[in-house]
Design a binder for this molecule. Structure first.
Ligand code: ACO
Length: 428
């Protein structure tokens, strides 16, 4: 007999089925609660609400475990490539050598974007934030590929939309940067791998020869793997909810980019560097800033610390901290904010406030330091995150579509005025 949970409200009792996942995660299915009792559940911020059953990413926040399709993030970061991980996330299995090569070639065929997209880019002022430019250019794909508006097309056609966005996103990301610095855009170089092509489009200048540094390309590839998916976070839930209305893949991904932008989510990577710079300018007194972070009357938060799900450690942060040391050493970069970051971490990990609340460094605490060492400007950090998260968003959108999930539409508890008679201005 399947297991149930019993909910008692006054004299009434309701049997609610339990749903168990492959890692023994258990949830109470409250689907019948409203029709049987008239009640809803209330959970602001969805802190304890499962929105879907998913086979993509497993995360155990207590044990600090993260796996894509059953493969540990540690192993993938060490041995795989971003393109292979993208394939794994989107199609469910690691590719054979033939599948990987076909996937890479398909992506290369579509890296170029329509020339008219340059006109859209030119319409942005140069101080436009690259995240806004990126999300707009992604939405513009709906105009250049109007057939993509219908997500109910055949699997092959949907796959073409998927390949196109994977291929064009590095071009958009690099062009968003070029717009910011007022330089001419570079076209994709299909001789290069995914990350090298992006780096060349981003940094090559017409008057100079540009050689991609393999240390930089490899470090970027690893960072993208670490960001590739993270189950039902804010931006991914946004992608799924927008897609659940049968909006197109491009519209859904563009919404995800905007959700990622905020400093409490992907925007934290820029916020961390700005915070570390401020601490440095202020004399580097980490204790003073820790006190500010703990003061409930002070809006300051220790950016890059804390996580909705990880309550032990963020496994991505562990890998990134080590990668930061390696990359800076390989590139011969000495960044004083790395020492400030390590000092802050040490103070926080031994501080009662942070220990009690289980606040640990998250993926964004050290990633900005690596991005900076790679020459990527602060405004572009969240764009890099979006580039990494793209395969996860696609996989989650695809899964939501293939599972025929219903439109996402939460309930609420209304706490406003009761019915009152309208009185026009003359009657008041
Ligand atoms: N600095 C100081 N205090 C913090 C911090 C922080 N970074 N994070 C949480 N807290 C405190 C809260 O004030 C709260 O204290 P209280 O119980 O006394 O009220 C308690 O810890 C719990 O925090 P919540 O905000 O309720 O936790 P929630 O799960 O809603 O938020 C979040 C998680 C948004 C990540 C939060 O920890 C935060 O704002 N961190 C800083 C921003 C950041 O680094 N975001 C990136 C997250 S990773 C990612 O999205 C890729």
């Amino acid at each position: 007999m399947s297991k149930t949970a019993e909910l008692k409200i006054g004299d009434a009792s309701y049997q609610l089925p339990l749903v168990e996942g492959t890692e023994n995660e258990t949830g109470i299915d409250i689907g019948s609660l409203r029709s049987e009792s008239g009640l809803i559940t209330l959970d602001p911020g969805f802190k304890n609400t499962g929105s879907t059953k998913s086979a993509i990413t497993f995360l155990d926040g207590e044990k600090g475990i993260l796996r894509y399709r059953g493969y540990s993030i540690e192993e993938l970061a060490e041995k795989s490539t971003f393109i292979e991980v993208a394939y794994l996330l989107i199609y469910g299995e690691l590719p054979t050598p033939e599948q990987l090569s076909a996937f890479q070639n398909d992506i290369k065929v579509h890296t170029l974007v329509h020339e008219d997209i340059k006109k859209i880019l030119e319409g942005f002022p140069s101080n436009a934030h690259p995240m806004g430019v990126l999300s707009s250019l992604v939405t513009s794909l709906t105009a250049f590929y109007p057939e993509s508006l219908d997500p109910n097309r055949s699997a092959d056609k949907v796959n073409l939309s998927i390949i196109r966005i994977l291929a064009k996103m590095p071009t958009f990301a690099a062009w968003a940067y070029k717009n910011e610095v007022g330089h001419p855009v570079n076209y994709p170089d299909n001789e290069l791998d995914y990350c090298s092509n992006f780096l060349k489009m981003m940094f090559a200048l017409p008057a100079e020869k540009y050689e991609v540094d393999p240390v930089i390309a490899n470090a970027l590839d690893k960072l993208l793997i670490l960001h590739a998916d993270h189950e039902q976070n804010c931006s991914t839930s946004t992608v799924r909810v927008v897609g659940s209305s049968q909006a197109s893949l491009y519209a859904s991904i563009s919404a995800g980019i905007n959700a990622l932008w905020g400093p409490l989510h992907g925007g934290a990577n820029s916020a961390v560097i700005n915070m570390l710079e401020n601490i440095k300018k202020d004399g580097g007194d980490t204790k003073k800033w820790m006190a500010k972070a703990k003061d409930k009357d002070d809006p300051f938060r220790l950016m890059g610390f804390g996580h909705r799900v990880y309550k032990n450690f963020d496994p991505r942060a562990k890998i990134i901290k080590k990668a930061a040391d390696d990359v800076l050493a390989k590139l011969g970069v000495n960044d004083p904010v790395l020492d400030i970051a390590k000092g802050l971490e040490e103070v926080a990990l031994n501080d009662e406030y942070f220990v009690e609340r289980k606040l640990y460094p998250n993926v964004d605490f050290y990633s900005g330091i690596i991005y900076r060492a790679l020459g990527i400007p602060v405004d572009m950090f969240t764009v890099m995150f979006a580039l990494g998260r793209l395969p996860g968003w696609i996989a989650q959108w695809k899964e939501m579509r293939e599972n025929h999930e219903p439109i996402g539409r939460p309930r609420q508890i209304y706490v406003g005025e009761n019915l009152r008679p309208y009185k026009g201005v003359s009657e008041r």
